[in-house]
Design a protein around this ligand. Structure first.
Ligand code: MG
Length: 232
C-alpha cells in the first residue's frame, strides 16, 4: 500500500512511501459532516416488514460521531437489547452541492463504499423517531475503501454474520436509485465533500451479539468487516 499526499476531494499524489498491509491501520475512508440514511429503499426489505412502498425517499440522520473504520469494533450499548446489522451501499459525496437534478447527480459523487447502518431495533420501536436507535457511537461502519470507478446500478450486496450469509440483495432492487436519492437529499440540505448517503438495506436484517463478526460485501468495492463487543 502506498501513502498518498493531499486528499481525495482535491488533488491526490502518490507520496512514494510504501507499507505492508499489516503495518498500517485502515481508518474510515472519509469524515462526513453528516450521514444521510434512507429508510425502506429495497423492495425486499419493504416486503419483509409488510410496509407499503414509500412515495418519496424517507431520510434520517446519523451523527458523524458514530463513524468507525473497517477494523474498529461495533460497541453494543447497555441501553439496548437488540442491535441489528443493516448492510448498505454508501454514496460518498465529492463536492458541495444543493438542489441538484437527478440527471446531474453523478457529477457530485466521489465514489461508493460499504456501510453498516447499525440499529438498536428496540429503541427504534420505543422512541418513534430514530436519533437514539441509529446514533450510538460506532453505529456507522464505513469502508474499506471508496471505489471511484463504479456503476452502482446493479451491484450484488451481501451481509454475513459469522460467515453465514444473512442478507443477499442487488442495488437493482432499490426503490429510489442513487441519482434520485442524491437529488432528493440535496433539495433539503447542502451536501459537503465526504458526506455519506446510506442507500437503505435489503431484506434479511437481523440481530448481532457481542463477539459476532459482521461483514458487508459489495461487488466491485470489497468487504467491510467489524467485530461486535460489549461496552467497557
Ligand atoms: Mg438502514
Amino acid at each position: 500500500m502506498r501513502q498518498l499526499a493531499g486528499n481525495p476531494f482535491g488533488k491526490l499524489k502518490i507520496a512514494g512511501i510504501q507499507f505492508a498491509a499489516d503495518e498500517i491501520k485502515l481508518l474510515a475512508p472519509c469524515r462526513p459532516s453528516k450521514i444521510v440514511a434512507i429508510g425502506l429503499n429495497y423492495h425486499s426489505h419493504a416486503a419483509e416488514l409488510g410496509y407499503d412502498l414509500p412515495r418519496t425517499p424517507l431520510i434520517f440522520l446519523k451523527p458523524p460521531s458514530a463513524v468507525i473504520g473497517p477494523v474498529d469494533c461495533i460497541v453494543y450499548p447497555p441501553l439496548s437489547a437488540q442491535v441489528d446489522f443493516e448492510g448498505e451501499l454508501g454514496v460518498v459525496i465529492g463536492k458541495k452541492v444543493r438542489c441538484i437534478a437527478p440527471k446531474d447527480a453523478a457529477g457530485c459523487i466521489l465514489g461508493y463504499t460499504c456501510f453498516n447502518d447499525v440499529t438498536a431495533r428496540d429503541l427504534q420501536k420505543e422512541d418513534g423517531q430514530w436519533a437514539r436507535a441509529k446514533g450510538f457511537d460506532t453505529f456507522a461502519a464505513v469502508g474499506p475503501i471508496i471505489e471511484t470507478e463504479l456503476d452502482a446500478g446493479a451491484l450484488k450486496i451481501e451481509t454475513r454474520l459469522n460467515g453465514v450469509v444473512r442478507q443477499s440483495g442487488n442495488t437493482a432492487d432499490l426503490i429510489f436509485k442513487v441519482p434520485e436519492l442524491v437529488s432528493a437529499v440535496s433539495q433539503v440540505m447542502t451536501l459537503f465533500p465526504g458526506d455519506i448517503i446510506a442507500t437503505g438495506t435489503p431484506g434479511g436484517i437481523g440481530a448481532m451479539q457481542p463477539g459476532d463478526v459482521v461483514q458487508v460485501t459489495i461487488e466491485g468495492i470489497g468487504t467491510l468487516e467489524n467485530t461486535v463487543r460489549l461496552a467497557d
